[in-house]
Every structure is written in C-alpha cells, then in structure tokens.
Design a protein around this ligand. Structure first.
Ligand SMILES: *[C@@H]1O[C@H](CO)[C@@H](O)[C@H](O)[C@H]1NC(C)=O
Ligand SMILES: *[C@@H]1O[C@H](CO)[C@@H](O)[C@H](O)[C@H]1NC(C)=O
Ligand SMILES: *[C@@H]1O[C@H](CO)[C@@H](O)[C@H](O)[C@H]1NC(C)=O
Ligand SMILES: *[C@@H]1O[C@H](CO)[C@@H](O)[C@H](O)[C@H]1NC(C)=O
Length: 321
C-alpha cells in the first residue's frame, strides 16, 4: 500500500503553511540564513541494529526474512560467530548524488536528499548486543540540496566503540564525487591468551578519481589518515562478530524522526575485504543481503547483491515488492 499523500515541494512561506508537508521530506525552513552562512547538511548516524535470530550456530537477519519489514539499511552482513574478525575493508567510488525521478520523493526541486555508504564491525545487527558490544564504522555521505543548486560535497566520517556521534575526517581528508576511497577498520587480533586486543583503528585512503575501483593492496593513495581509537569507550568494546557493507538512509541531524529522502546514487559497488585473526581472508559467500524498504518513499529502494564473493553491489530503485 502506498501513502495517498505525497510530500509537498514548498520550501517556506504562506504556501508551505497552507500545504502541510510530510516532515522530513520538505526543505528546511532556513529563516533569514543566507547561502554563505549555510551549515552543510549532515546525517545523524544512529545505531539501529537489525534483529537477528540465532540458531544452529548461525544467525539469520529478521529484516531480510520478512519483506514487509521496514529497513533503513541495504547491503550485506557477514556473521563471524567465532568472534575472530580482525579487519574489514571497503573500497568504493563515491557516487554522484542526483534527485530521484521516480517514486513518491521524485522531482522535489527544493528538496534535500542524502545517502550514506559505510563499512562496519558489529554495526548492523544486534548479534553482540548481549555483551554490550560497541560498534566501529566508517563511510561517506552524499547530499543533494535543491535550495543550494543540487549536489553537495560528500562527507567522510568514522565512529568508534562507545561513540554516540560521528567524527568527520574533514581536516586533511576531503573527498569528492568520483573519488575512489578505501576504508579499513582494524579491530585488532586477539593475543595468545585470546583476550588482549590490539588497538582499534580506522584507516581512510583517497585514491582520487583517475583510478579503477579495484585498488592494489599496496597502492599509494593521494591522501591517507589513520585514526587510532580507544578499544573501549563508555564501557563498550567490539565483539568482532560481524562485518557489514551498507547503504543507509539516516535521518538528518536536527530531524531525527524520519529517514531523509534517499538520494539517487544510481549504484554503488563495495569491494569488500575481511581478514580473520589468523591472517586468513574470508569471502562474502555466506553474507546475508538486505534492501532498504521504506513504504513512505515507495517501497523497496535498493537492489543489493553479493557479486563473486568479494563485492556488494546496490542499485537505487523504486519497487513495489
Ligand atoms: C574464524 O571463524 C570462522 C567462522 O566464522 C572459521 O571458519 C575460522 O576457522 C575461524 N578462524 C580462526 C582463526 O579462529
Ligand atoms: C537514477 O538515475 C539513473 C541515471 O543515472 C536513472 O536511470 C534512474 O532511473 C534514477 N533512479 C531514480 C529512482 O530516480
Ligand atoms: C520527474 O521528472 C522527470 C523529468 O522531467 C520525468 O521523466 C519523471 O516522470 C518525473 N517523475 C515523476 C514521478 O513525476
Ligand atoms: C585525471 O584525468 C583527467 C582526464 O584525463 C586529467 O585532466 C586530470 O588532470 C587527471 N587528474 C589527476 C589528479 O591526475
């Protein structure tokens, strides 16, 4: 079933007052703020774990087993029931942000659209919730803002165990549409006693736009930052039981009630990498795939798949199923 009323296109003023918009899908009231003073759009990187059902030593995701269930996440989740994940990696080319032309959020020329692409450890499901696990993730957000002429500068960020908010890589690590970026999450290998965990760190590398998406392991990036984080913060540490590559429809900061209208990113491909404690790599053959499903925005908004055991590809769609 589709919502009968679509959001309006009114930014502000009398017409907007006369035509109530569905919150979250209309332009923000900006008062007298001039474009020069405009604060860039930012997403609220909330942690909303997908429920898992555990059995036979393997976990199954709720969101993917029920097509009627709403989900702000699309992509793939790989469960590591032995909690032996050491690093998770994603390489993506930052997609262009466009206004969607299909579905109930289409063609809002004064609207705001966004999408987030991230790689995470213990960040997608509640599989580790019992142990009070924290989560580690890093990614990039893209924006389209009709009141500011369309596509905006992407924003790269990371979030460590116990951190409520994200931290921008801003300084020294700017990114642009078309850049190939690689994020590596280091969750540490367990020591001989199986308890001591090395530093938790995030490495972000930008290879620029003139490279193929497949990056040699030892390729030299244009920019590289490595951020070491406390292995434990706010009583939370990683349980290293799951890696995920996700497209997520987060709310905008200041408007936590609704996921933002999902931008048209056409498609994104994560080149994924997983390394276990023993140094062995693992492929994504056993990963579970899920799609963003938001009825208010037209139903299923992504079409995600694991390709060749090493890539997660998600296309932006609007589907009824
Ligand atoms: C890590 O766990 C996987 C299953 O998730 C298992 O196949 C692998 O052998 C384990 N490796 C080590 C070093 O424990
Ligand atoms: C997104 O843009 C592509 C072209 O880049 C177009 O083919 C596709 O229909 C658009 N999707 C939506 C949902 O607007
Ligand atoms: C949005 O605009 C495009 C281009 O004018 C048009 O092809 C498309 O049908 C429109 N979509 C909707 C849902 O009105
Ligand atoms: C990337 O390629 C374009 C077109 O070939 C060229 O103009 C540009 O200088 C290149 N940029 C870098 C950073 O190499």
């Amino acid at each position: 079933m589709k919502p009968a009323t679509l959001f309006t296109l009114m930014a502000s003023g009398a017409l907007a007052a006369a035509t109530p918009a569905i919150p979250g899908y209309s332009a923000r009231a900006r008062g007298t703020t001039t474009p020069q003073q405009h604060v860039p759009l930012r997403l609220l990187h909330t942690f909303t774990p997908i429920s898992t059902v555990t059995g036979k030593g393997n976990s199954r995701l709720f969101a993917s087993s029920s097509s009627s269930k709403e989900s702000t996440k699309g992509g793939a989740v790989l469960a590591l029931p032995n909690n032996n994940l050491s690093t998770a990696q994603a390489t993506i080319r930052i997609p262009a942000a466009k206004m969607p032309t299909a579905g109930p959020t289409a063609n809002n020329t004064v609207g705001e659209y966004a999408a987030s692409f991230w790689v995470g450890i213990d960040s997608a499901t509640d599989a580790c919730a019992d142990s009070g696990a924290g989560s580690l993730r890093a990614g990039v957000d893209i924006f389209w803002d009709g009141t500011l002429g369309g596509q905006q500068r992407p924003f790269a960020w990371y979030q460590g165990p116990g951190q409520a908010g994200e931290v921008g890589f801003d300084e020294g690590f700017s990114v642009a549409e078309g850049d190939v970026v690689r994020f590596t999450l280091e969750a540490g290998a367990a020591g001989p006693d199986g308890k001591e965990v090395e530093a938790v760190a995030v490495v972000a590398e930008n290879f620029g736009r003139n490279v193929s998406r497949v990056i040699r392991k030892n390729a030299v990036p244009v920019k590289r930052v490595r951020q070491v984080l406390p292995a434990e913060a706010g009583g939370k540490r990683l349980c290293r039981g799951e890696a995920a590559w996700m497209v997520e429809d987060f709310p905008l900061q200041g408007r936590p009630e609704f996921p933002t209208a999902l931008v048209n990113f056409t498609s994104v491909t994560f080149n994924a990498g997983v390394v276990l404690d023993d140094g062995k790599e693992m492929d994504l053959t056993d990963a579970e795939v899920l799609d963003i499903r938001l009825e208010a925005q037209g139903g299923r908004l992504t079409s995600c798949e694991v390709v060749g055991g090493a890539k997660v590809r998600c296309a932006r769609v609007v589907r009824d199923d």
